[in-house]
Design a protein around this ligand. Structure first.
Ligand code: SAM
Length: 276
């Protein structure tokens, strides 16, 4: 059995749900506390190793006491400690409370929030970014980030009133891709001003689009613009697009889920680059 003290300095062993460290981590379930601290929660060993790989700042990790038997958990804890993060050894009850899960994963971390400024986004030929107008569902947002990562697109821009990309639900749905995909948060005017100057093609997706979704692949730098779950793409945004594409629909559903539609479009845009 590895000894937690081995990896340098104090490993706090915590079993009380009322411990202030635990209370602080639990409070990260609330947006207000995330905003105040600039931190967010993420679960699972893979997520922590993804963050370490990208040199992403990690504030704290907690691992279940049974993790002591797992070399990968102990190595990860040691790496977090070496980078100045706090390491807590906790029991299942504490892990369950922090993550609000009955069967929590063995590791949970608190990470520092990080966004890319829109002014830093520059597209080269062939690059694809996804822009989401007013995305509201954290599961959709996380799934889009994961899909962008999967197809080798470059990043995600969220525009206007959106859900919090750092909520536990959104982070969970990214499956660690949040640490690999640059994320921009911006306002409507700022985004449209940027687009006007950026020299990029903007492909919007719209149920009234007239371009077949299989005709959009291009070597041009492209921003794929997706609409809100309820109201779709606003007129203002639709008017700013160079192309409005529609994905054919055959059955009774009137639209696809946002994340599914994004996946279909991304695989078309990246069709010539992606090989198995
Ligand atoms: N009632 C909304 C509307 O009228 O657009 C439906 C929005 S849909 C759930 C969310 C987003 O997914 C849309 O704004 C669009 O970006 C994309 N989308 C969904 N189905 C699509 C389709 N068949 N063709 C093009 N885009 C689609």
């Amino acid at each position: 059995m590895s000894d937690p003290v081995k990896f340098g300095g104090a490993v706090h062993q915590v079993t009380s749900l009322t411990n202030p460290l635990v209370k602080n981590l639990r409070a990260l379930q609330m947006k207000k506390h995330r905003d105040e601290t600039g931190l967010f929660l993420g679960e699972g060993l893979k997520l922590v190793t993804d963050a370490l790989e990208e040199q992403w700042p990690i504030d704290t990790i907690c691992y279940a006491a049974r993790g002591r038997q797992e070399a990968r958990v102990m190595q990860t804890a040691a790496a977090v400690k070496a980078r100045g993060g706090m390491v807590l050894e906790v029991n299942e009850a504490v892990l369950g409370k922090i993550t609000r899960r009955d069967n929590p994963q063995m590791v949970v971390g608190a990470f520092r929030q990080k966004l890319t400024p829109l002014s830093a986004v520059r597209l080269a030929a062939g690059d694809v970014w996804v822009a989401l107008e007013g995305v509201k569902d954290p599961g959709n947002l996380g799934t889009v980030i994961r899909t962008v990562d999967s197809v080798g697109a470059k990043g995600v821009i969220i525009i206007g009133e959106t859900c919090d990309p750092f909520s536990l639900e959104a982070v969970r749905a990214t499956m660690g891709s949040l640490f690999h995909v640059p994320l921009v948060r911006t306002g409507i005017d700022e985004f449209l001003g940027w687009k006007a100057k950026a020299g990029v093609r903007m492909v919007g997706t719209h149920l009234s689009g007239t371009t077949d979704w299989r005709r959009i692949a291009s070597p041009e730098a492209t921003v794929l613009l997706m609409g809100n779950e309820q109201s779709g793409l606003s007129d203002r945004f639709a008017g700013a697009c160079d192309v409005l594409a529609k994905i054919a629909m055959a059955g009774h559903a009137d639209s696809l889920n946002l994340a599914i539609a994004t996946g279909v479009m991304l695989y078309e845009l990246r069709r010539d680059v992606l090989v198995v």
